[in-house]
Design a protein around this ligand. Structure first.
Ligand code: ATP
Ligand code: MG
Length: 486
């Protein structure tokens, strides 16, 4: 199989062929060859070579050496994140990882074949030679055609060497929408507890890729079926088959997965996806009674605590944790819309945070669709959104003017009293019609003109202005109502 050279950016080709011109063997390798074969855009470009790290560095002065893995990163001038650094790795053998984090020693290999043999999956053990032909020692092309993730060599050995490969298998199955080959998958099931040996940060990075992929639901199910979920998020497994009351069609686990499915389908953020997946995770612990009338009091409070524990254990960033916990904790927010006051609405907005409202409504929607009951956005929810928007509208008052009552009294030399208010209201009306007029110089000049009018005239003008302001506010409200179909 040949790959069109046009598919490879010249930055990559230049670096690759500089090695060849210097009489070294060099190949594109791994994920980028897999993606080229599948006609996908590679996320990064890796080169493997028989040149030693010092030799590579001599050819590329603008490079840095990652000692542990014999990898030299060549910095380029590209802004494309996939091309900023091209990694060149000397042929190497599988290292022995007694702590499962850092190889005890990494040995160089002599040949490309040896290097490909230590790679995780057959579809990742492909290389591209200088004639743009795919080199395939482990039947990777055939597995690409069959859309299969399969370890190079014996799965048990390969997963024992590096248990992170188990979750990588699931991550790739999600990103590529592939199946995991049967024996490979059976072995993950058997060795799932080995994942505990891996640094949580590395596990988290793979997990995030699973959660953000379009096949994320399949990912969660694969994690569950492979026993990895039991190792990583046992709290979710405890929701499995936990029955709910009459307001729900599904058990807790299925409901969480369906909510998550909606968040994935709508391409919501990582935080909203996590909140959808965890929002009812406190239910098994708070369940009281059985059957159609069982209850789950305070499940959102318990669930928020559990969510924090889970995400901390998995080493998510504080920013992500705080956001997801906040969403889970308040996902039941509720207002009795027929009795509610505007100040109660404002208190709610304050509690949820204006900047989070959008995400709360996304979560609410995922929760509702995930319950499998009703489809359309219900009137109550639309009314709540309307109230929240309404509570954020600032009333039109003379405070918006660039002058105030003191200025009026001072400039016109009049005492405080209703007349001061009349002036301000008249000016406010002029400013609403033409915001340019809202500057001190103009307003003071205009004030002196208005001062020529009689009290009767001023009072009348001010009343007209007041009516106009009410009219504008009414229209804003009508617009909001029609926006939310109230
Ligand atoms: P992506 O598209 O996310 O970049 P990738 O397959 O390229 O996926 P990388 O982490 O970039 O993944 O790794 C590059 C290559 O290095 C892989 O294709 C594989 O050949 C090899 N590799 C990565 N991690 C492992 C591992 N844990 N064990 C064995 N080989 C690995
Ligand atoms: Mg890659």
């Amino acid at each position: 199989m040949k790959i069109s050279p046009k598919k490879i950016p010249s930055i990559v080709k230049n670096i690759w062929f500089r090695l060849i011109e210097n009489n070294f063997e060099a190949y594109l390798v791994g994920g980028c060859v897999r993606d080229l074969t599948l006609n996908l855009k590679p996320k990064d470009w890796d080169i493997t070579t028989n040149a030693q790290p010092e030799e590579i560095q001599k050819i590329f002065p603008n490079s840095f050496y990652e000692n542990r893995f014999f990898t030299v990163g060549v910095k380029t001038k590209s802004d494309d994140s996939a091309l900023k650094v091209i990694e060149i790795t000397t042929f190497r053998l599988e290292g022995k990882y007694s702590d499962f984090r850092h190889p005890d020693e990494v040995k160089f290999a002599q040949t490309l074949k040896e290097d490909l043999k230590r790679r995780d999956f057959t579809i990742n053990a492909l290389a591209l030679n200088k004639n743009f032909e795919v080199i395939d020692y482990f039947d990777g092309l055939n597995d690409l055609k069959k859309r299969l993730i399969k370890t190079v060599g014996n799965p048990e050995e390969r997963f024992r060497e590096d248990p992170l490969r188990m979750i990588r298998a699931i991550r790739l199955a999600c990103q590529l929408d592939f199946e995991i080959e049967k024996k490979t998958f059976e072995t993950i099931k058997e060795l799932a507890n080995f994942i505990q040996l891996i640094a949580k940060e590395r596990v988290k990075d793979e997990l995030i890729k699973i959660l953000l992929s379009s096949e994320a639901v399949k990912g969660i199910e694969l994690l569950r079926e492979s026993n990895l979920l039991l190792e990583l998020i046992p709290e979710l497994i405890r929701c499995y088959n936990v029955g709910q009351n009459k307001h729900h069609k599904y058990d807790v686990y299925t409901h969480l997965l369906k909510s998550f499915e909606y968040a994935v389908k709508k391409n919501y953020s990582l935080e909203v996806r996590l909140a959808a997946l965890f929002h009812d995770i406190g239910k098994p612990l708070t369940k009281s009674g059985e059957g159609p009338d069982c209850t789950f009091y305070n499940h959102e409070i318990v669930g928020a605590k559990m969510t924090r524990q889970i995400l901390q254990r998995l080493r998510f960033s504080k920013k992500i944790i705080d956001k997801v916990v906040h969403l889970v904790k308040n996902h039941m927010f509720y207002l009795e819309i027929d009795k509610v006051t505007m100040s109660a609405v404002r208190r709610l907005v304050h509690r949820l945070g204006l900047e989070n409202l959008e995400d709360f409504f996304k979560l609410r929607e995922a929760d509702r669709i995930g319950s499998g009951v009703q489809k359309a956005v219900p009137y109550r929810l639309r009314y709540l959104k309307y109230l929240i928007h309404k509570s954020q509208i600032k009333p039109i008052t003379p405070q918006e003017l660039k002058i105030n009552g003191n200025d009026v009294m001072e400039k016109l030399n009049i005492p405080s009293g209703p007349k001061v208010g009349w002036f301000l209201k008249i000016l406010l009306n002029e400013v609403i019609d033409d915001p340019q007029k809202n500057n001190r110089e103009y307003l003071i000049k205009r004030l002196l003109e208005l001062n020529q009018l009689s009290d009767e005239e001023l009072k009348l003008l001010s009343q007209k202005g007041e009516e106009k302001i009410r009219e504008i506010e009414k229209n804003i409200d009508l617009e909001l109502k029609s926006k939310f179909r109230i």
